[in-house]
Ligand binder design. Sequence first.
Ligand SMILES: C[S@@+](CC[C@H](N)C(=O)[O-])C[C@H]1O[C@@H](n2cnc3c(N)ncnc32)[C@H](O)[C@@H]1O
Length: 224
Amino acid sequence: MKNTSWPDRLFAVWYDRLMEKMEQNTFRPVRKRLLQHARGHVLEIGVGTGANASFYEDRFVSGKVFLDSSFPMLQVALRKGICPQGSLVLGSGSELPFSTGSFDTVVVTLVLCSVKAWKQAIREIRRVLRPEGQLIVLEHVQSRHPVISFFQSLLTPVWKIPARGCHLDRPTDQTLGSCFEWIERDQIVLSGMPFVFGRLSPRPETECSREIVSPSVPFAEEAR
Ligand SMILES: C[S@@+](CC[C@H](N)C(=O)[O-])C[C@H]1O[C@@H](n2cnc3c(N)ncnc32)[C@H](O)[C@@H]1O
């Protein structure tokens, strides 16, 4: 199975160490600020090693499902003790194995940059959310500054090899706007790279732009 290749295993084992400085200096306060809003039945897509797990406020959350397409990442999360908090699912964000309208909150942090069929994943998130549900996001996005955006696109083909499919140049915030409406939106910029975070509510299905309908990519065929 491609998800247990040695680069995936290496990435999973090193991920927390690679991120430690950025987590301490930047992401932890953002995660805390965002995750306090998680409510009801929660789906976290691309849970990774479980960086958000300690920030959920259990009195507001009735159940959690943690999904990731990487078995090694789920193994690390398991070793770190995420399991009692919720169920772990190996699967793809672009082909969610859940029925329509089954979650109150969906969480994606630093994930849509590396999902191959990311526009399809956005549609899937919209599908599994209840109409009154919310999406919580933290994603780095394409800069609006033409020079920075140029370098993001230039670096992506090289960067995505060690970073396991991470694209530096996706206009994720704009594409999210096709299916969701921002309730709360903020941004931090690290070395020129904008990180957008906040909460969104689903737009009615009919408003979900055709632009983001992409051909279905089955989980087994998703290659990085
Ligand atoms: C950069 S890590 C972020 C992990 C975690 N969300 C965090 O905030 O630290 C990206 C995660 O997305 C997962 N991922 C990539 N493509 C995916 C897909 N199609 N479906 C679900 N998870 C995916 C990766 O396996 C990895 O665990």
